[in-house]
Design a binder for this molecule. Structure first.
Ligand code: HDE
Length: 714
């Protein structure tokens, strides 16, 4: 029995090979019952006479209906709606200095992963485009057991202590008396709770930003949120924060657009991820870590254990250590994406917890929830949850046990089984918790070092561009505008005022009420109290005033690639095939996709007389499902003006600040059918047809994602 961690192998197929034994394929097979009996008639139940009553004896009908009746399991209480994918993680440089985790030491190991992205508040069938946090959960099937990095697309959280989690979730989910609204935080109970929880203000800034309405699951950052520990071979500990940085950059959509996407295609993100992987456009993220020596634990103006705080990259840079590639869609949604069970407590030697009280509570919750969701302590045997590291212990039985454990010994210590399975010493890979010294009174209290609730909320707000700040103000105006109780709106304005007075007055103006002078908090919620019992949270002077990494538009790792973006080509009979070809080829060369939209499916006839295959009709396509629009040239293109959907298409694109290009005859169509102002730098036109220069400048413009500056003139 040796520590088996350094095996020098590309193990990225390890989990796929493991799953293979559970896969089935009915090709060329007979239809059978669950007991393997071949079925002769799958259309009619057994009756007494062809018009008579059905017979109880019909075991085939009974089995089919019984199984159907039990097909559903409870959905997750949070993160119910999810999309999953398989892939692998690959290390760039050994992290041996900090952690002994094999998958972070040995560059030759490709570790299989399964990832599940999710929204938080909505039910399984709700829309992808809700304003919400996104779950970003990664299961690493390492050679030393399973490591789950169960994170979000935002680096902080609403609350500081697990004790408040059920309250937070009860407040944000649909209200209990009428189950309204679905997948939305814009309602009284959520803002009532938030207005009484000043510790949530930093997270509120993130949730009101465009991070909460991602363009794609492939274009989101991921964060471990809590501070974790890395433990090396010498048993030394460093604090660590985990980051995922998407290769395609971090991008959001406009709020009006998000609401329209929800109507046009509520599976927009799910489908986008699925189709990208099917097309071989495998999404990639780099794993980054911020490493903090134990000795620096108290050097910051916030507490490292406080999950409402981030460590600014200006103070501790993010070191990129490896990358994750998602290269395979699940074969079966239920078996994999629904049954996958994540747990922040699934860690391997070399990784350990910090005392973050939110994390500590999570360590209890996840096993508990799987017991009610998946129904048995044997959920680790479900194929997607099964470790690829060998698993042996004396746990036995329970509902749906799959393992057939041989022998009569199921206890330890034993002599009858030769002492097996053996305990592993530390140098044999046995997990040993970091021996942190804890010497304290048992108290039900919150550390005073957790009581600054506004500095980092202000840091986030101050780090945004004016455009992003406007979006936050609009989002707050929308959300609080939907709140019916005036005192809740007032309390929120009081809290916003502590983050930024301009922000508070912008929102106050939209709500038609003044910013209150004092925050009125009628209920003693016991948070952030100082020694005198004063409820005002303290403020400290932050070390960092602004951090570019927090802004999506200023982010130094911003990506200008337009790979996998979808560009709508508005076409009809008489469009120039040359014009389409030039623009389409240019887009394809940079990995983007041209989608031909026309009045009907099949083909249209070009001005040159050739047939052009159509991808979508105007009845199906909508501007909100695309990243940019092109109106080609051609003598028949003027007929676009007769199609009523074209106007809405162009106006939505314009209002959502998308880049629009048109050439020759197409320019007139644009002018006649939209609110577009004449000199808008985000609208690119050319008097020439099939203009290669126009294609080049359009691609460059699309790389900026949106021409948000336009909002000022709308
Ligand atoms: Fe979770 N969370 N959570 N959470 N969480 C669940 O576990 C919980 C928190 C996160 O795709 C549940 O299997 C508590 C923070 C993700 O399957 C449940 C607290 C972060 C997912 C649960 C938190 C997360 C979950 C529901 C506060 C970011 C989806 C179903 C103490 C770091 C995983 C399940 C998936 C799911 C409890 C707070 C991320 C009930 C008690 C902070 C990504 O166990």
């Amino acid at each position: 029995m040796k520590n088996s961690k350094k095996t020098n192998q590309d193990n990225s197929d390890g989990k796929q090979n493991d799953l293979e034994q559970n896969k089935s394929n009915a090709e060329n097979e007979f239809l059978t019952t669950n007991q393997g009996v071949k079925i002769n008639d799958n259309n009619n139940s057994l009756k007494s006479g062809e018009r008579g009553p059905s017979l109880l004896e019909d075991f085939i009908l009974r089995e089919k209906i019984t199984h159907f009746d039990h097909e559903r399991i409870p959905e997750r209480i949070v993160h119910a709606r999810g999309s999953g994918a398989h892939g692998y993680f690959e290390l760039y440089n050994s992290m041996e200095k900090y952690t002994k985790a094999g998958f972070l030491n040995d560059k030759s190991i490709k570790t299989p992963v399964f990832v599940r992205f999710s929204t938080v508040a909505g039910s399984r069938g709700s829309t992808d485009l809700a304003r919400d946090v996104r779950g970003f959960a990664v299961k690493f099937y390492t050679q030393e057991g399973i490591f789950d990095l169960v994170g979000n697309n935002m680096p902080v959280f609403f609350i500081q202590d697990a004790m408040k989690f059920p309250d937070l979730i009860h407040a944000v989910k649909a209200e209990p008396h009428n189950e309204i609204p679905q997948a939305a935080s814009a309602h009284d109970t959520f803002w009532d709770f938030i207005s009484l929880m000043p510790e949530s203000m930093h997270m509120i800034m993130w949730v009101m930003s465009d991070r909460a309405i991602p363009r794609s699951l492939r274009m989101m950052e991921g964060f471990g949120v809590h501070t974790f520990r890395f433990i090396n071979e010498k048993n030394e500990s460093h604090f660590v924060k985990f980051h995922w940085k998407p290769k395609l950059g971090t991008h959001g959509v406009a709020w009006d657009e998000a609401q329209k996407i929800s109507g046009k295609n509520s599976d927009f993100h799910k489908q986008d991820l699925w189709e990208a992987i099917e097309a071989g456009n495998f999404p990639e993220w780099e794993l980054g870590v911020q490493i903090i020596p134990e000795s620096d634990e108290h050097k910051f103006d916030f507490d490292l254990l406080d999950p409402t705080k981030l460590v600014p990259e200006e103070l501790v840079p993010v070191t990129i250590v490896g990358k994750m590639v998602l290269n395979k869609n699940p074969d079966n949604f239920f078996a994999e994406t629904e049954q996958v069970a994540f747990h922040p407590g699934h860690i391997v030697p070399g990784i350990d917890f910090s005392n973050d009280p939110l994390l500590q509570g999570r360590l209890f919750s996840y096993t508990d929830t799987q017991l009610s969701r998946l129904g048995s302590p044997n959920f680790h045997e479900i194929p997607i949850n099964r470790a690829i590291a060998p698993m042996h212990n004396n746990q036995r039985d329970g509902h749906m046990r799959q393992e057939i454990a041989k022998g009569k010994v199921s206890y330890h210590p034993n002599s009858l089984g030769g002492g097996c399975p053996f305990q592993a010493k530390m140098d044999q890979g046995g997990f040993v918790s970091f021996n942190e010294r804890v010497d304290a009174h048992k108290v039900r209290e919150r550390s005073k070092s957790f009581s600054d609730h506004f500095s980092q909320a202000a840091l986030f707000y101050n780090s945004q561009t004016p455009i992003e700040q406007d979006h936050i103000a609009s989002a707050l105006s929308f959300e609080l505008g939907k709140v019916e109780t005036v005192s809740i709106r007032e309390r929120m304005l009081g809290l916003l005022n502590q983050v930024n007075t301009d922000l508070a007055s912008k929102v106050a103006k939209n709500l038609g009420i003044p910013v209150p002078k004092n925050i009125e908090r009628p209920i003693n919620h016991g948070v952030g109290a100082d020694d005198e019992g004063n409820q005002e949270p303290s403020k400290v002077k932050p070390n960092v005033g602004s951090s570019d990494a927090l802004s999506m538009l200023k982010n130094p790792t911003i990506s200008n690639t337009i790979a996998t973006r979808q560009i709508a080509f508005l076409c009809t009979d008489g469009v120039s095939a040359d014009s389409i070809k030039v623009m389409k080829t240019a887009l394809q060369n940079v990995g983007a996709k041209a989608v031909i939209i026309a009045p009907h499916l099949g083909t249209i006839v070009s001005a040159e007389g050739t047939e052009i295959p159509v991808d979508q009709t105007y009845k199906i396509a909508a501007s909100v499902l695309f990243d940019g629009v092109f109106i080609p040239s051609g003598k028949g293109i003027a007929n676009l003006s007769k199609i009523k959907e074209v106007k809405e298409f162009l106006n939505d694109s314009y209002h959502h600040c998308k880049f629009i290009a048109a050439e020759a005859e197409g320019v007139q169509v644009l002018k006649n059918n939209s609110d577009i102002k004449s000199k808008d730098p985000g609208v690119l036109t050319s008097e020439n047809g099939a203009d290669k220069l126009l294609a080049t400048s359009f691609i460059k413009a699309l790389g900026r994602h949106r021409f948000w500056e336009r909002e000022k003139s709308l």
